[in-house]
Design a protein around this ligand. Structure first.
Ligand SMILES: Cc1cc2nc3c(=O)[nH]c(=O)nc-3n(C[C@H](O)[C@H](O)[C@H](O)COP(=O)(O)OP(=O)(O)OC[C@H]3O[C@@H](n4cnc5c(N)ncnc54)[C@H](O)[C@@H]3O)c2cc1C
Length: 205
């Protein structure tokens, strides 16, 4: 379960840091427990030929960590912010945004872990590539949706530069571009479907 271990360490580290991908990222990561172990796993992963997965998998696990942080922050805020004499967490439209975000997170986690399990099972590398693309595509798009909802829940505060949701919305935007844009991930998935069929691309192998 090499990949699975890597993903959980990565998620925890991203989840624990207060800012992501800032110029002080390395310093902040160094303060998080488990980094040495994560680096060992990455190094080992490279040795055993997982390059095809690493970019996509780290992106999808990063998206999961970011979604978890955003949901917790937005929930905490919603439970304390009073508007018209009521905490906004009691408003059903706010609850809907939180629920949709939890669903996005859970789906992204399952896809990410499933792709990791496919690697551990020793699935065909090309089919695995499509699995990783699906996880990366879904998690990066979902994380952006979750960040956007979090900004909405924070209201005007969510637009302020010092707010966690504003920062994540800005930072997470690039995840839909680097390590293969969402369009390129879709092409990889579609090519796998056309060449290998649905079962090989998305079946329960
Ligand atoms: C902050 C940042 C850091 C980066 N760091 C690194 C790094 O460390 N190492 C590295 O190698 N790269 C890095 N990149 C580059 C990144 O991987 C590329 O930006 C990304 O792969 C997209 O390439 P591009 O910018 O040339 O866009 P283009 O290839 O010019 O694409 C432009 C648009 O056209 C779309 N498009 C392209 N081809 C097709 C097609 N066939 N069908 C439909 N749509 C298509 C794309 O999806 C995109 O929307 C970084 C980028 C950023 C923004």
């Amino acid at each position: 379960m090499m990949v699975t271990i890597f993903i959980s360490i990565f998620q925890k580290n991203i989840y624990r840091i207060k800012t992501i991908r800032s110029c002080s990222l390395n310093v902040k990561l160094m303060k998080c427990g488990g980094l040495d172990r994560a680096l060992q796993v990455i190094h080992r992963a490279r040795e055993i030929g997982m390059r095809v997965m690493l970019g996509s998998m780290s992106e999808s696990s990063l998206g999961c960590g970011a979604m978890a942080r955003l949901i917790e922050e937005a929930t905490e805020f919603a439970k304390t912010r009073v508007v018209s004499g009521e905490v906004i967490a009691n408003y059903q439209l706010i609850q809907a945004m939180l629920a949709d975000s939890v669903v996005d997170l859970q789906a992204a986690r399952l896809m990410t872990y499933e792709a990791a399990a496919a690697h551990d099972r020793g699935d065909d590398l090309k089919a695995l590539h499509a699995r990783c693309s699906m996880a990366k595509l879904f998690a990066s798009e979902a994380a952006y949706r979750v960040a956007d909802r979090a900004v909405q829940i924070f209201g005007g505060r969510g637009y302020m530069r010092e707010n966690v949701a504003e920062r994540f919305l800005r930072e997470i935007r690039v995840d839909r571009i680097w390590e293969g844009t969402s369009e390129i991930q879709r092409l990889i998935i579609a090519r796998s479907l056309l060449k290998r069929g649905l079962e090989a691309t998305a079946g329960n192998n």
